[in-house]
Design a protein around this ligand. Structure first.
Ligand SMILES: CC(C)(COP(=O)(O)OP(=O)(O)OC[C@H]1O[C@@H](n2cnc3c(N)ncnc32)[C@H](O)[C@@H]1OP(=O)(O)O)[C@@H](O)C(=O)NCCC(=O)NCCS
Length: 151
């Protein structure tokens, strides 16, 4: 298997997706706090970052739990949203780890066309994530669990 850090995936709009370096990872951590995303156990190697013209424009990660994989900490820089960057990141992350892959979100309409379906049957780690989101990342919307179905 080729390490992702050596693979540069070229998407439309001059978008480059690759693993972040240490400095870029620090920026990602700042954005994660700014966007109030899951900031627990952040590890650089779990992330894919999106760049346009050498500028960081988005990021996401696959967190490996004992009982499943979780797509989480997904974010696109505010003035770069609705340009297909989030979609490109999810596509790259699901290609990287399509197996036993879940997420917890408040925007199922965004994830459904990308191969995720809502589920009420999920591993303990995802139950813990729902508890964490409901208690620590409080929003008016309901958190839902989704599983990646497309292969
Ligand atoms: C959610 C987020 C990652 C989407 O990134 P993005 O780059 O704006 O999304 P894209 O431009 O790739 O959108 C892809 C499709 O999803 C739709 N979409 C975008 N944001 C959406 C949302 N919040 N709800 C529903 N659909 C959405 C787009 O209209 C687009 O549809 P199309 O393919 O029919 O044109 C981005 O808005 C973000 O960073 N939000 C704040 C952090 C966050 O909520 N992260 C998710 C945590 S689970």
């Amino acid at each position: 298997m080729i390490a992702l850090s050596t693979v540069f995936i070229l998407y439309p709009m001059d978008l480059i997706l690759k693993q972040p370096n240490e400095l870029e990872f620090k920026k990602i951590c700042d954005y994660i706090n700014e966007f109030e995303l899951d900031n627990r156990s952040l590890q650089k190697d779990e992330f894919i970052a999106a760049y346009r013209n050498d500028e960081l424009v988005g990021f996401g990660r696959i967190r490996k739990h004992k009982d499943c994989n979780e797509l989480c900490s997904l974010g696109v820089i505010t003035n770069e949203r609705r340009k297909g960057i989030g979609k490109a990141l999810v596509s790259a992350l699901t290609k990287k780890e399509p197996n036993n892959l879940y997420l917890v979100c408040i925007i199922p309409d965004f994830f459904e066309p990308l191969g995720f379906v809502e589920t009420s049957n999920y591993p303990i780690s995802i139950l813990d994530k729902i508890d964490y989101c409901s208690n620590e990342l409080v929003v008016p919307e309901k958190y839902v669990a989704m599983k990646f179905k497309r292969d």
